[in-house]
Each structure stands twice: as C-alpha cells, then as structure tokens.
Design a protein. Structure first.
Length: 583
C-alpha cells in the first residue's frame, strides 16, 4: 500500500501543504548538524556536493538530492560542487554528463565554477593507493570474483583471508604498477584494502580498491588500464575538494565506516562528515537507474525522456514545472526513515503551481459536430474570454464563434440520467463564454447508427455570460468553432506501473509484470481553439475541464502534439481535507 500520510519539511507526518515560497526552511537533522558545526567553529562555511555517476539520466530521487545539497549551500551562503563520479567507463557516456548538467540547470541550480570529475583525481588516487600499499594496508589479490565472494563469508559467518593477503610491500607495488601498465587481463588481479575479514560489517572485509578494466574512458581515453572503485574514489574526492558535509542516501550508511577508514589512513587535506538521509521512494514507479535503463533498452518506453518515466527529462517533457518539483522536494522533507510517497502529492504540487500561471483554452478531445440552426450562416463572432481567472493580470483573448461548432461527445446523452446538467434532447446548456443552446434533433449515420451531428438553436439574449431574465441553466460546456478548429494529437498519460509499491512484488514475478498497459492513450483527432496555433514546444496551459497540458517536442506545423501533465482532479487536496476532519 502507498503511504498516504502527508509529510512536512521535517519528513514527519503533518498537515501543512501550503506553498513554501518565501518561508524560512524548516529545520531537520542535517540542518541541526550544520548549525552546530558553524556555531562551534568547526567550519566557517559549508561545502556540499552533488556527485552523480554519469551512467544514466537523473530521476526524481536525484532531484531531492539536488535540492537538498544546492539548497543547503544557498541557505548557508556556502558552496555546492557538481562532481561526476566517473570511475566505470563501461557504463558511462558523454550523453549522460550533458543530460545531468541540463537537468540541474533546469531545476534552477548553478554550480558556477565548481565543476569536477573523479577522473580529475585519477593520478592522485593512484598515488594514495600506493601509499596504502607501503603502509601494509593494501595488497594485490589474485582471487577471481567468484572466489572472493566465497571467501567473503556471510552476515553470520566471518570471511577468510585471501591466500595473497600477506604479499610483501615490494611485491604488491610491483604487481600494482604492472596492473597499471596493462600487463594483466581483466579479472586476473585487483587491489584490495587490508582491513578485517572477520568484521561484522561486510563492507570492511578487505574491499576492492582497484580493478583492471581495459575500457576507454570518455575523458581520459585509453590512458588508464585500472580504475578505482566507488567507495574509495568517493571519500578521497570529497576530501580533496574540502567538502564539509558529504550528504548521501541511507543505503550508504553501512559504507560510512569504510569512508572514514580510508580517510583515516591517508594524508588528505580534510575529513568530511558523511551524513545519510532517506532516499525518495515514489509510488507507482521505480527509482533504479538499472531498471530504468532496462525499460529504455527493452523498448517498454520511448526513451529516457518518455513522459511516463520518473526521470527529470521525462517530467520536463511531460510539462512538470521545475518550481513544482522543488516544492515537492521541500514538502516531503528530509528524514532518516524510508517511506513511500504518494504520487498524488507530486501531482498536487504540479497542479497547484499551474493553476496560478496556466492560460485556459478550449480543446475538444472527442469532437461531436453541432449545427446551430438559427445562427446566421456567414456570421463569425469574436467572443471575449479570460486567460486565467486566478490571475487578474493575465488579460483576455478572443475566440471565434460560428454556426457550426464541436463539443465533447461525452457532453451529450440521448437518454440523459437524472441530475444530468449537460446537453440532451430538449435540454438547454451554456456554451462557455458564449450562448445558451438547446438540442432539437439528433442526426445519425445511416449505416452505423452512430450519432454524427446535433441540431440546436441558440438564445441571442444569453451571450457574453449574461443570464436571460427568469431562466438559468446549471450546466456549462466547452466548445470549438468548426471553421477555425486547430487539429491536434493529445497524449494522455497514466502511471507506468499498476502496483503502488514495487518492493511488494509477488513471488515468481518481476517488476515488468506490473507495467500498466494503459499508461498512454493517444487521441489523434482532437480539435482546439485557434489561439493555440502558435504554441511552441514546452508551452504549458490548461484545457478547460480536461487538465493541464504541454506541447511535445514532436509537434509539427500541420499538427500540434500535447502531453497531459496532470488532470484537474485533486486527489491530494481531498485527502488533506479528509485528514484534517479526522474522518
């Protein structure tokens, strides 16, 4: 089950979901640590970092880390570095580097001149590794990966020392240098730290520091035949950059003793403090770059920027505003305990922001032709409409109105149920911004018997939003002038998976078994008011009574393509009211 509790900025259950704009950040345990360090004089200023591996596109979980690290640096007048931990050339690409930079900038953050790569430190990392060998704290091991796995032991059984653990310093230095020179095959040797094979923390059981990998690096080319492991690289890179607070997600908590061990053995310029926080787990999606890559390479989605993906690129293409994502990250807060966040909260943040800034347009997704019999044949009337009733400064636009219009097929019922407030034979309804119309006749296709047209009349006295004396209708529907209709394709998106919590997969199944077959619905023949004709890719707006939409980059001159961002339905707001009422 998805966790339906609401989270304030502390990451604890709360009720405040109002805008955080302009409000002083609420304290959390990381801010408490920083406040204490600054007050004690331990640090004069703070330096954080966001250290992605360039082996995939960033997702919404990374957005939380970006907002946290860059946000702390901003709030404490400090500095946040962007550092690519590029130590595995087999999985890293320049495309990923460029996409990560684009995502961070789009979210509204800037590393300025503090751009670094772990590969910047390859020579120094190598020198530090030789220093560990000289101290007798690292050795070259000839065990295969399978053998090392067998020697490692389990959580309850201690590991066994490698047969190569007691090589001399001279032999280890010679072998390590020959590894660098490329004399040995991949997998034949590695450099391991010499710590404690009986440690209750498996990460401390002589972990690998360097492995042979004869793969060209996207920055250093074929200069290196060996590459450092992440745990070793990460802490040394932090120290070289004088990071004060190394903030990472909770799965690295068990790695912290290793982080500290490396820095305690080496003559590094500082010893950063590693602090762990709970990663973001969002309902109905996956937060593993490995699984996201499988979705892309398996053709289950149309790429990293597919609007159904939880990637920042996908959310940008779908139309999520960066302001809403930052707000979402503020609302879920920073905590030490894992939790599953409702997808509806993210949608609420998006909807709340767009409601304030999005221009309203009339778009008909499933057009039904309506002929207004008593409207003049050649007359075209310009109707005035508000751009956004939530914004007094948004202004107005004009919409052409004529004898033939389109309405939503779902807005008509030939046999109307009780409390039906839209159009039906003999019933009257208001056209948004325009007139009252009454349905007089239903026209069907002779062969299929499908309704193809409605014949209606209008009340000339009801235009411009006025209400004729003694009459009032309860229903208002949107419409588009047929003579000025703009053709468009509309893509309606739903959750990518049918299971809220993908950690609860049934035995014998994989996460792919829960892919939602209805995660996308394409409507090829929608029509829109003519004012949307100049909409550029990335333009966000509201389709009246339909939801919020964004122009897709695949749009062409002959047909605009719109992605639905979110519906108008506000599940989260209803949940909030229910919780406040105690029901």
């Amino acid at each position: 089950m998805a966790n339906s509790k609401m989270f304030d900025q502390r990451g604890e259950p709360g009720t405040g979901v109002g805008s955080t704009e302009g409000i002083k950040p609420i304290s959390n345990f990381i801010r408490f640590i920083i406040d204490r360090d600054l007050e004690s004089g331990k640090h004069k200023s703070i330096v954080t970092r966001f250290p992605p591996e360039p082996n995939g596109y960033l997702h919404i979980g990374h957005a939380k880390s970006i907002c946290l690290n860059f946000g702390l640096a901003r709030d404490y007048d400090g500095v946040c570095h962007l550092r690519f931990d590029d130590t595995n050339p087999a999985k890293e690409e320049v495309e990923y580097v460029e996409s990560i930079m684009a995502d961070i900038r789009w979210l509204g953050f800037d590393w300025k001149d503090k751009l670094f790569y772990a590969s910047d430190y390859f020579e120094r990392l190598y020198e530090y590794a030789e220093d560990l060998i000289r101290q007798g704290k690292a050795f070259v091991c000839d065990l295969s990966q399978d053998e090392m796995r067998a020697y490692r032991g389990t959580l309850t059984v201690p590991g066994k020392d490698s047969p190569w653990r007691d090589r001399s310093v001279e032999e280890n230095l010679d072998l390590f240098r020959r590894m660098r020179a490329g004399e040995f095959e991949e997998g034949s040797r590695c450099l391991r730290a010499r710590i404690d094979m009986a440690s209750p923390n498996i990460n401390m059981r002589d972990p690998v520091i360097y492995r042979i990998k004869k793969t060209e690096h996207h920055r250093t080319g074929d200069q290196w035949q060996i590459y450092p492991m992440y745990d070793y690289t990460h802490c040394v890179s932090d120290a070289l950059e004088m990071i004060t607070h190394s903030i990472c997600t909770l799965e690295f908590e068990d790695h912290r003793p290793l982080y500290d061990w490396f820095l305690d053995q080496l003559s590094v310029p500082c010893h950063p403090q590693q602090i762990e926080f709970a990663r973001l787990n969002l309902a109905y999606t996956v937060m593993s770059k490995r699984r996201l890559l499988e979705l892309v390479e398996g053709g289950y989605v149309r790429g990293w920027d597919d609007p159904r993906m939880p990637t920042i690129a996908g959310m940008r293409r779908r139309g999520f505003p960066p302001e809403a994502i930052r707000d979402f990250c503020d609302r879920i807060g920073v905590a030490k305990a894992d939790s599953l966040v409702d997808y509806e909260l993210l949608q609420f943040c998006v909807r709340e922001y767009l409601n304030k800034i999005a221009t309203r347009y009339m778009v008909v997704l499933d057009p039904l032709r309506v002929v207004i019999e008593n409207y003049p044949d050649e007359c075209v009337e310009n109707i005035t409409a508000d751009n956004n009733p939530e914004d007094a400064n948004a202004g107005t636009r004009t919409i052409p109105f004529g004898k033939v219009i389109y309405i939503e097929r779902d807005d008509f019922r030939e046999a109307a149920p009780s409390k039906w407030f839209r159009l039906a034979p003999g019933m009257e309804v208001r056209l948004k911004h325009a007139y009252y119309i009454t349905c007089k006749e239903v026209v069907r296709d002779p062969a299929s018997r499908k309704i193809v047209e409605l014949r209606c009349t209008y009340d000339p006295e009801s235009g411009g939003g006025s209400t004729p004396e003694g009459r009032k209708v309860k229903g208002t529907i949107h419409w588009v002038s047929a003579a000025h209709a703009l053709p468009m394709e509309v893509r309606l998106y739903d959750q990518l998976f049918t299971l809220p919590d993908l950690s609860e997969i049934e035995a014998g199944k994989t996460y792919l078994d829960y892919l939602n077959p209805d995660s996308i619905k394409v409507i090829p023949n929608a029509v829109a008011e003519i004012n949307l004709g100049n909409a550029k890719p990335g333009t966000r707006c509201q389709f009246m009574r339909q939801g919020y939409f964004c122009v897709d980059p695949e749009s062409a001159e002959d047909k605009i393509v719109f992605n639905r961002i979110v519906t108008l339905k506000d599940t989260w707001a209803k949940l909030e009211k229910k919780m406040e009422s105690g029901k």
